[in-house]
Design a protein around this ligand. Sequence first.
Ligand code: SF4
Length: 364
Amino acid sequence: MSLVQQRRQTRQISVGKVNIGSDAPVSVQSMTNTQTQDVEATVSQILALEKAGCEIIRVAVPDMEAALAIEKIKQRISIPIIADIHFDFRLALASARAGADALRINPGNIGDAKKIQAVVDCAKDHDIPIRIGVNAGSLEKEIEQRLGTTPEAMVESALRNIKILEDLNFYNIKVSLKASDVSRTIKAYQLLAPKTDVPFHVGVTEAGGLFAGITKSAIGIGMLLAQGLGDTLRVSLTRDPVEEVRTGFEILRALDLRSRGPELISCPTCGRCKIDLFKIAEQTEKALLERSSKIKVAIMGCVVNGPGEAKEADIGIAGGDGMGILFKKGKVIRKIDQDELVDQLLSEIDNMTITSEEHNGKKE
Ligand code: SF4
């Protein structure tokens, strides 16, 4: 039985080739932390993110040079790109002309009506959506004075920004409501959900370093998704953005919403373990990131309990004294020297993948 409630009904939009909302799979996105105008560095980070499964990338556009760089970046990447703009409508126009697949800009921050109209016309001409990104830390002054930095204030800001666009007959919108703590973030999305059918981009902003960030994101994004709220997600970590993408897919996998690549399970080890399991698990985890087959792999500390405890895994290894065993579905296949464990496990996984693809008639 799934613990995820029925998904909220939304309108559907698309960012490049990626559909967002309605019945489209919840997509995983990230943001580069390079200087966008440094095309080499930005492209190389995006290519690493693509390899990790990132489906949409956002880049900061603080100036005209960054906006113009989008054209060159786009030629060398395969995933859609979103231009992140604060205030300056000229940067939005330039980014759209340079080929951005979506704009992140809050119409309420653009200024007078003519400028807003210009951005909307440009987004219509290029058929690209606009993400309204409400952040508890940068609400409109008047709303903040009246309601504080509360979920209610975030929702009012979102509705105000949505109305500005919809009054101009622009409906190609998604919205995010981010706070740096889990409770305000969740409450804000819950309050907004019944008031609009705009798809939700979910995430917890400024979530922190690896441990705090993953924990907050897993709980915040996970609880929202479990309530059927969220159409695209970004995990925000003060780390290499590749880690954000990995975390995003692990959250989706934990909720049985989507999976990507092999699933690794491993035991915490105890006094029965006589091999360096931490190192073996780390090496295997790294190698599995580059593989796409959807199998369950177990790394267990001891031969006595390992294969039995991990019998649901398709394949696994368990440590002995200076050696280990390879097992499939709980059945021991053979003994392996400790130094050979990871290599043999990986080559066995690759063989299983080839065999199952041949069986399914897929050869690539
Ligand atoms: S599999 Fe073995 S080493 Fe790992 S926790 Fe269980 S008993 Fe301990």
